[in-house]
Design a protein around this ligand. Structure first.
Ligand code: HXC
Length: 257
């Protein structure tokens, strides 16, 4: 499918989706979000991609929602629009998503990175929720996911001042899983994606679901959910193969069933 605002490539069971509006620091207009959602859903439908890396062309991951596009919108128009359905559809993607954050991840860009399952950051990356400087506030999960990731006080400071944090600060407070030299960020993310893609697909899917459950349930409910997923995996061929391979001292050959 030809895209105007993103590029898509696949290799060895992984996909790389690149936000590709570098002139405007990959500002997330509706057309870009539409293309992103359809690319991700197409991978889900097609089934051969086991892990997806999302990155940005140029000096940004994404500098937020497209401010020019939002400029004239009224509150009823924002409410009636389907903007947030797109975010919900990305949230429902079952394939693991890795954000390779190469530069600015601001506003909706930071929220998009946090919507991914893992963040690998370039040393030069910056994360921030600057919406307050526009007289608005985060609207795609910034107050919720950021607070869960880095705690109330730090999130409050970022959201109320709009000041960004560096990649190193983001690493120190647990927002990103690793920081790497800028020129290697995509390769590192791809390496991580390939490592995940080689695991048993059913186990990866259920494990992702179970980790995400920790965000929207209490401990007992989450443990219960985890246990059900765990039992379910004992019905897979991959479980038999994984354990047999360990006992036979060889690498497992997972089939995703
Ligand atoms: C539209 C944007 C943009 C954005 C940058 N550009 N961010 N256009 N929407 N979010 C455009 C600029 O207008 C400029 O275009 C070009 O990209 C380069 O940006 P500069 O500002 O010239 O670059 P620089 O001086 O290096 O500053 C980089 C920056 C700054 C610090 C990232 O661009 C910035 O503050 N951007 C806005 C960040 C922001 O407020 N994000 C939150 C948006 S609200 P021209 O044509 O002038 O060359 C949001 C709400 C989400 O995200 C709600 C959920 C959907």
């Amino acid at each position: 499918m030809p895209y105007q605002n993103i590029t898509v490539s696949t290799e060895d069971g992984i996909a790389v989706v690149t936000l590709n509006r570098p002139d405007v620091l990959n500002a997330l207009n509706q057309a870009t979000m539409d293309e992103l959602v359809s690319a991700l859903e197409e991978f889900e439908r097609e089934g051969s991609v086991r892990c997806i890396v999302l990155t940005g062309a140029g000096r940004a991951f994404a500098a937020g929602a497209d401010i020019k596009e939002m400029a004239g919108a009224s509150a009823p128009e924002m409410l009636a629009g389907y903007r947030f359905q797109q975010w919900e559809r990305i949230r429902k993607v079952t394939t693991p998503l890795i954000a390779a954050v190469n530069g600015f991840a601001l506003g909706g860009g930071c929220e998009l990175a946090m919507l991914c399952d893992m963040i690998v950051a370039a040393e030069t990356a910056q994360f921030g929720q600057p919406e307050i400087n526009l007289g608005i506030m985060p609207g795609a999960g910034g107050t919720q996911r950021l607070t869960r990731a880095i705690g109330k006080s730090r999130a409050m400071e970022m959201v109320l001042t709009g000041r960004p944090i560096s990649a190193r600060q983001a690493e120190a407070c647990g927002l990103v899983s690793r920081v790497v030299p800028a020129e290697t960020v995509l390769d590192e993310a791809k390496r991580l994606a390939k490592e995940i893609a080689a695991k048993g697909a059913v186990a990866v899917r259920l494990a992702k679901e179970a980790v995400l459950k920790a965000f929207d349930t209490h401990l007992e409910g989450g443990l219960d959910y985890e246990r059900k997923c765990f039992y379910l995996l004992f019905a897979t061929e991959d479980r038999s193969e994984g354990i047999a391979a360990f006992l036979e001292k060889r690498r497992p050959a997972f089939k995703g069933r």
